[in-house]
Write a protein that binds this ligand. Structure first.
Ligand code: GTP
Ligand code: MG
Length: 149
């Protein structure tokens, strides 16, 4: 089944939004396959944001992302990559509809609360980057038969 890498950024952790964000994915019907708190460093973030390393805003992005611990999550389920992006909202909170995580909880692009993988291919790479093999768990959820036809 498809998985997405969803990460609560340092502002989301400090503002006490971890439980609310986890609840949204749980309530939608997704299954948690990996979860941990981690202090990221420059080397890891340069790999994670490899396509943005040359952008003028990258140093600021780096400073933001290492300003405190992040919550790393692997969520599993039908279309979770595309749906995860929808649930997050747009990069800019101003463009994010109410009802999305960014549309409900933040005001600034530099404090946009969470990350979600933008393709299935990148999701697999990001999960492999942020988690050790044994930290992502295959398991059955008792609710699956009520969520999937
Ligand atoms: P992530 O889920 O964090 O990857 O955000 P995203 O996919 O919505 O946007 P993108 O990967 O393009 O940018 C990564 C992050 O850089 C954003 O989420 C913002 O926190 C930050 N950022 C700040 N300013 C800018 C900007 O001008 N353009 C973009 N693209 N990102 C910015
Ligand atoms: Mg991105």
């Amino acid at each position: 089944m498809e998985r997405s890498y969803i990460m609560i950024k340092p502002d989301g952790v400090q503002r006490g939004l971890v439980g609310k964000i986890i609840t949204r994915f749980e309530e939608r019907g997704y299954k948690l396959a990996g979860l941990k708190l981690k202090q990221a460093d420059e080397a890891l973030l340069k790999k994670h944001y490899k396509d943005l390393v040359d952008k003028p805003f990258f140093p600021k992005l780096l400073a933001y992302m290492i300003s405190g611990p992040v919550v790393c999550m692997a969520w599993e389920g039908k279309d979770v990559v595309a749906m995860g992006r929808k649930m997050l909202g747009e990069t800019n909170p101003l463009a994010s509809a109410p009802g999305t995580i960014r549309g409900d909880f933040c005001l600034e692009v530099w404090r946009n609360i969470c990350h979600g993988s933008d393709s299935v291919e990148n999701a697999d790479k990001e999960i492999a980057l942020w988690f050790g093999e044994a930290e992502v768990v295959d398991h059955e959820s008792a609710m699956q038969d009520w969520i999937y036809e």
